[in-house]
Design a protein around this ligand. Structure first.
Ligand SMILES: C[S@@+](CC[C@H](N)C(=O)[O-])C[C@H]1O[C@@H](n2cnc3c(N)ncnc32)[C@H](O)[C@@H]1O
Length: 306
């Protein structure tokens, strides 16, 4: 059976990746226009945006990044999903409170376990779980690319995002992706231990708004969740974490490094100071797109269970 991870890594370039590459190719006038077979080169974006500001020879770059809204970049990167944004009065304008507190009592009830054979066509396929799946576009994209080889599950604490993501699942006619309104800190074990197939990949990507030290307890990656992931992950299964907040990334890294007996850090792409320089999944998450547009660095680590 194809590995979810390998399958993800070999997907084709998206319009935004092409556009991003164009940003770094100062001589190209073809901003946001297609050009095929341009190699994926995630890490070039930040470097190239700052480089383009300073390099006099590059001043012919005709994109003023201030004019590029990150929502437009997200839409462009995910253009092939062709998602409807105006869905209904209830979901058409998904306004979401910026942060929720996962320790509040309203998020303490475990999410009900679904009938897996009702949510997936083949519930014996390898599973990828994305913790804090946000809008869900990232998983929808992966699920569409790998429709036959794996199932995808998003756990998200903001209910409106989950409703809209599941609406999109139906719109796209996908039978290998599902989103559950859940506090991953409370529900991961019960949900995932009941899944009939192997757990192959867990991603936790830009998980937290709670980067302040005093809110550390609200961070999603805590010892019980790490234990549960390790317990359920198949041998050879992977954990991919990233954050644009160094302290959050270091915290996740430190907790996963502590599990060195069962987890080893793997480099599939170049690293700098132990951080992966590129997202190995074939597409960036929304938060990643927003952060990179602002010039932030993304700190990534990939682990494999021995
Ligand atoms: C900054 S967003 C990132 C979303 C997406 N992973 C991305 O990279 O674009 C973090 C997401 O994690 C969700 N989240 C935070 N704590 C959570 C928890 N305990 N359980 C489930 N989701 C959580 C938030 O609601 C939010 O949608």
């Amino acid at each position: 059976m194809a590995s979810l991870f390998q399958a993800c890594s070999s997907s084709s370039a998206t319009p935004l990746l092409l556009a991003k590459r164009v940003f770094s190719l100062a001589s190209s006038p073809f901003i946001f226009t297609s050009g095929h077979n341009i190699p994926r080169h995630y890490s070039s974006f930040r470097a190239s945006t700052s480089a383009s500001a300073s390099a006099s020879a590059s001043t012919s770059v005709c994109v003023d990044l201030k004019e590029v809204r990150s929502t437009d970049l997200v839409n462009l990167e995910y253009a092939e999903l062709n998602l409807k944004y105006k869905i209904s009065e209830e979901l058409g304008h998904v306004r979401i409170r910026q942060h929720v507190n996962p320790l509040s009592s309203s998020f303490s009830t475990p999410a009900p376990v679904p009938a897996w054979d009702e949510v997936y066509k083949d519930p014996s396929l390898p599973l990828m779980v994305d913790i804090g799946s946000g809008s869900g576009r990232f998983l929808l994209w992966l699920a569409k690319k790998n429709a036959e080889s794996g199932n995808y599950l998003g756990l998200e604490i903001r209910q409106k995002l989950v409703k809209r993501a599941n609406f999109w699942v139906n719109e796209l006619g996908l039978s290998n992706v599902h989103f559950i309104f859940a506090n991953a800190m409370v529900s991961f074990e019960q949900l995932i231990s009941s899944y009939p197939g192997p757990l192959e990949l867990v991603s936790i990507l830009c998980p937290d708004p709670h980067f302040k030290k005093r809110h550390q307890k609200r961070r999603v990656v805590q010892k019980p969740l790490v234990n549960s992931i390790l317990q359920n992950l198949k041998p050879g299964g992977k954990i991919f974490v990233q954050s644009d907040v160094l302290e959050v990334a270091q915290d996740m890294r430190d907790q996963l490094d502590e599990e060195a007996k069962v987890l080893r850090h793997v480099d599939t792409v170049d690293t700098e100071e132990g951080w992966l320089m590129a997202n190995p999944m074939g597409i960036r998450t929304e938060r990643e797109i927003h952060a990179e547009l602002e010039g932030a660095r993304i700190y990534r680590r990939l682990y494999q269970k021995v």
